[in-house]
Ligand binder design. Structure first.
Ligand code: SF4
Length: 278
C-alpha cells in the first residue's frame, strides 16, 4: 500500500532514532504544500523552529519569505523541510551520524512530493560562498555513549567536509546530573576514546594549518590582548576570526587595535608584522 503523508508525519513525530530526540522540544517535519513543484531543504531546526515546530521561522524565515516573494512564490507554493528534523543542541551543525539517521524521512518526503526543483539551503556552503572571511569553529567529543567506529569516521568526514578553522576537542566523560549520565552507559573503552581523540586532534591540526596558510600575505586588524608568553618584545592578539596573531610589540599595548600583515603561521598561531608605524 502506498505511504501516506499523514502516516509518515506521525511516524516522524515519534522518532527516537538518534540522540537528538532527547533534547528536542518538537520534531520539525516540514511546512508548505506537499504537492509543490519546489522543495526547499535546510540543514536542521534552530531554537525558534524547535519551539514552534515549523522550519524557517524568525529572522531566517522572514528572509526566506522575502526571497520567495521576489520570485513570485510563497509558502503555499513550495514545501520546506530539513535534512535533520530535530534541533542539534546550541544550534551546532548536525553530525553525519544524525543526518544518516534522519535522511530517510526526507527521502520519503521527496518520494511523495516528487518535486521538479530541489533548492539546498546549506549554512556551511552559504558561509563559504558568501562570507569567505567568516571562521567556522566547533566542539567535538570522542567516545560518546554507544559511539561506533563508523560514527567516529563520520565525525572525521564532517570535519573534512566543513574544514573547521579550529575546534575544542575532548574525550567523553560523564558529568553528574546530566541526562547522559543518568540514562546512557559510558560504554566506549577509554583506550578507544583516546585513540579517536588523537585522530580528531591530528586532523584538526591539518585543517587549522591549511586555514592559517590561506591567511599568509593578508592584512588584518588585530586586537592586542597581552604580551606574548614567549617573547617580551612581542604582543599576542586576535583577528575578528578569533585567530591568535603574534607581532612586534613596539609601542603598542594590550587593548590597541593594530593593522598586521601575516608573514607565517603554525597550526595554532599566525605570525605577523605591523603595518602601522610606531
Ligand atoms: S533527528 Fe531525525 S532521526 Fe534523529 S530523532 Fe529526530 S526525527 Fe529521529
Amino acid at each position: 500500500m502506498p505511504e501516506t503523508w499523514r502516516a509518515l508525519e506521525r511516524e516522524c513525530a515519534q522518532c527516537r532514532e538518534c540522540a537528538l530526540c532527547q533534547t528536542r522540544h518538537s520534531v520539525v517535519f516540514g511546512t508548505g504544500n506537499p504537492q509543490a513543484e519546489v522543495l526547499l531543504v535546510g540543514e536542521a531546526p534552530g531554537a525558534n523552529e524547535d519551539e514552534q515546530g515549523i522550519p524557517f521561522v524568525g529572522k531566517a524565515g522572514m528572509l526566506l519569505d522575502d526571497m520567495l516573494a521576489i520570485i513570485g512564490l510563497d509558502r503555499t507554493k513550495v514545501y520546506i523541510a530539513n535534512i535533520v528534523k530535530c534541533r542539534p543542541p546550541n544550534n551546532r551543525d548536525p553530525m553525519n551520524v544524525e543526518q544518516d539517521a534522519c535522511i530517510g524521512y526526507l527521502r520519503r518526503q521527496m518520494a511523495l512530493i516528487r518535486p521538479k526543483i530541489l533548492v539546498c539551503l546549506g549554512r556551511i556552503a552559504a558561509i563559504r560562498r558568501y562570507m569567505p572571511d567568516c571562521a567556522i569553529t566547533t566542539d567535538l567529543i570522542a567516545g560518546f555513549s554507544g559511539e561506533t567506529a563508523e560514527e567516529h569516521e563520520a565525525t572525521l568526514s564532517l570535519m573534512r567536509e566543513v574544514g573547521y578553522e579550529s575546534a575544542f576537542m575532548f574525550k567523553y566523560s560523564e558529568r553528574p546530573g546530566t541526562f547522559a549520565q543518568r540514562h546512557m552507559p559510558d560504554d566506549v573503552p577509554d583506550a578507544v576514546k583516546s585513540a579517536r581523540l588523537t585522530e580528531i586532534i591530528a586532523l584538526q591540526g591539518e585543517l587549522s594549518l591549511a586555514s592559517n596558510r590561506r591567511d599568509v600575505g593578508r592584512e588584518f586588524e588585530v586586537l592586542a590582548e597581552s604580551v606574548s608568553h614567549k617573547r617580551d618584545d612581542q604582543l599576542a592578539g586576535r583577528t575578528s576570526q578569533n585567530k591568535v596573531v603574534v607581532f612586534d610589540r613596539r609601542d603598542w599595548r594590550p587593548g590597541d587595535y593594530v593593522r598586521v600583515r601575516i608573514t607565517g603561521c603554525t597550526p595554532v598561531t599566525l605570525i605577523g608584522e605591523p603595518i602601522d608605524n610606531r
